[in-house]
Design a protein around this ligand. Structure first.
Ligand code: SF4
Ligand code: FES
Length: 246
């Protein structure tokens, strides 16, 4: 299949970028990133600069491969960009490939953005401060199955940032809600529960992420199916913490 690409090229955060047209011969069995690999081999062969994009696991686990593909975060399927396959497109299609568009995720080069705002969000409270010591006996701290299941489901968030890129407000509420809900469901998360939500929401706003207005684009774009109601948990934990005078 022949694919007509328009790819965002930008040398550095300080300069303007632009869409540049390329043609690539791909197979429908290739992943989207393999198709970009073919483009880069062509460019290198011609002595041109390859397109910079991020990837690591290429298995939908690490969250590093976010791309806006024809205006949709991770493209037309509900999956990560690395797990998107060219069979989702047709011979002769035009595909526009851009980086995440959100102020807290500045473009570093071409399709790669700086997502360290998410790292700072986690550092502000997305952890449990315990000295783990020796391995505890299994079931020493009982966790009811519904809570364990819910904690596990939301812990599947891979921090890809698609929720932010899809949100018209550039809000990270789905990401934040997933992290808050994960720890709020577990006994180990209770000691710091109030302080955690206050600190993380403060950091979220400090980083320049927008507020949630219940549009729902985040959950529609999320490759891990994180549900919108984690944002209700986020808001309810914040209200409780403020009532406790945090
Ligand atoms: S909530 Fe979903 S879209 Fe947002 S960072 Fe986590 S996995 Fe990615
Ligand atoms: S490269 Fe790891 S999730 Fe896509």
């Amino acid at each position: 299949m022949i694919i007509n690409l328009k790819v965002w090229r930008q040398d550095s955060p300080a300069v303007e970028g632009e869409l540049v047209s390329y043609q690539v011969e791909a197979s429908e069995d290739m992943s989207f990133l393999e198709m970009l690999d073919v483009l880069n081999e062509d460019l290198i062969g011609k002595g041109e600069e390859p397109v910079v994009f991020e990837s690591d696991c290429r298995e939908g686990i690490c969250g590093s491969c976010g791309l806006m593909i024809n205006g949709q975060a991770h493209g037309p399927e509900v999956t990560t960009s690395c797990q998107l396959h060219m069979r989702s497109f047709k011979d002769g299609d035009e595909i526009v490939v851009e980086p995440w568009r959100a102020d807290p995720f500045p473009v570093l080069k071409d399709l790669m953005v700086d997502r360290s705002a998410f790292d700072r969000l986690i550092a502000s409270g997305g952890y449990v401060s315990v000295n783990t010591g020796a391995a505890p006996d299994a079931h020493a701290v009982p966790v009811p199955k519904p809570n364990a299941d819910r904690a596990f489901d939301v812990a599947t968030c891979i921090g890809c940032g698609a929720c932010v890129a899809a949100c018209p407000n550039g809000s990270a509420s789905l990401f934040l809600g997933a992290k808050i809900t994960h720890l709020s469901e577990l006994p180990q998360g209770q000691a710091e529960r109030d302080q955690r939500v206050v600190n993380m929401v403060g950091q979220h706003d400090h980083e320049g992420f927008g507020g949630c207005t219940n549009i729902g684009e985040c959950t529609a774009a999320c490759p891990k199916g994180i549900p919108l109601d984690v944002i209700s948990r986020l808001n309810s934990d914040l209200r409780t913490a403020l009532r406790h005078g945090r």
